[in-house]
Design a protein around this ligand. Structure first.
Ligand SMILES: [Zn+2]
Length: 337
């Protein structure tokens, strides 16, 4: 059958595979996360919107965590036009937790053994800060990572689950809360500072997740995608006090490269061009640019060269505030004072 496929058929299949890869949220793995597509599948007790839903039911269904007040200040510190946050989801081998076989694990292991030191050296050379979201058990597997990050004195560490579990798949609010608490405690002990930010593994919010984040006292979340600028999360029409520093899958390495080179656009040059265009409009609109990288993906040689180039380009523009997400959240919370 394979031999009889026409070039056109093969091209269609390749395009479809690319589209499938593109549908998956960043830092997910189709092999490891059967319920990864959180925006397509009902999960974790979410009530589906149906043709019989009332207006109130539809309002309730979408109301858990929405865009409230936009929080971009009139000016960023030192008169900068744009805030730039470089963030890393340090997933490493935990994306393979459902099927932990040696070769697949080694792809993630590379993120700790090779990419992270390379990334830290790059950030040192540019003297810019970054935010690292790390699953607690990732720090257990690679205990050298957190001290190496903390030693720089510029970076931030945020929560990214216990084993990179998909929260809507837990289906039990008490268990979800326990995992969140464990994760906070583990990172606090490992880093010497209680994390103030959280990014949901695989962009997965259960219907309970937002309440748990708020009750845990987080300053900010960085999992939602409702704007290109900071905002306060509104929950069922009420301001929550929790700041969102939204991500964008366009500014994510995973969707282009996949775990190895099987993403939708495995060309570092082309990916650089997209990131540059994204930054340029953020600069023009005077808002915020959040880049999301995964060490085991974007830390590969040809790709980190483009990250180096991107940081150089951003620095060349001047009037840019490189900051941790914690610094940005604190700044906008104080009204940009
Ligand atoms: Zn992740």
């Amino acid at each position: 059958m394979h031999a009889s496929r026409s070039p056109q058929t093969r091209a269609v299949i390749l395009v479809l595979l690319g589209l499938l890869a593109g549908w998956l949220p960043g830092c997910s793995s189709s092999g490891a996360q059967p319920a990864a597509n959180s925006r397509q599948q009902p999960a974790g007790g979410a009530n589906p919107i149906t043709i019989d839903s009332t207006e109130e039911q539809i309002r309730q269904a979408v109301g858990t965590a929405r865009l409230g007040r936009k929080l971009t200040p009139k000016t960023w510190p030192n008169g900068a036009r744009v805030a730039v946050c470089i963030s890393f989801d340090v997933d490493n081998e935990l994306l393979q937790r459902a099927n932990p076989l040696p070769v697949a694990l080694s792809v993630g292991e590379y993120g700790a053994t090779t990419s992270l030191p390379r990334i830290l050296e790059l950030l040192d050379r540019h003297q810019v800060p970054a935010t690292f979201f790390i699953p607690a058990m990732g720090t257990m597997l690679h205990p050298e990572m957190v001290p190496a990050i903390v030693a720089r004195g510029r970076h931030e560490i945020g929560v990214h689950g216990w084993i990179h579990e998909f929260w809507p798949g837990i289906g039990d609010a008490a268990k979800e809360q326990k995992l969140l608490t464990q994760s906070i405690d583990y990172l606090t002990k490992a880093s010497g500072k209680r994390p103030v930010g959280v990014r949901a593994p695989s962009s997965g919010f259960s219907p309970q997740t937002f309440d748990l984040i708020r009750k845990a006292g987080f300053l900010y979340d960085s999992s939602l995608l409702a704007a290109d600028e900071p905002y306060e999360i509104a929950s069922h029409g009420q301001p929550s006090g929790v700041i969102e520093l939204p991500i964008s899958e366009v500014d994510n390495d995973y969707v282009y490269y996949g775990e190895t080179a099987n993403g939708a656009l495995p060309s570092p040059d082309a990916v650089f061009a997209i990131y540059k265009a994204e930054f340029d409009l953020a600069f023009q609109e005077r808002t915020m640019f959040v880049l999301t990288q995964h060490p085991h993906v974007g830390g590969r040689r040809s790709r980190i060269v483009q990250l180096d180039r991107l940081i150089s380009y951003i620095k060349s523009k001047g009037d840019v505030w490189f900051a941790t997400m914690e610094q940005v959240a604190n700044y906008v919370k104080q009204g940009g004072a």
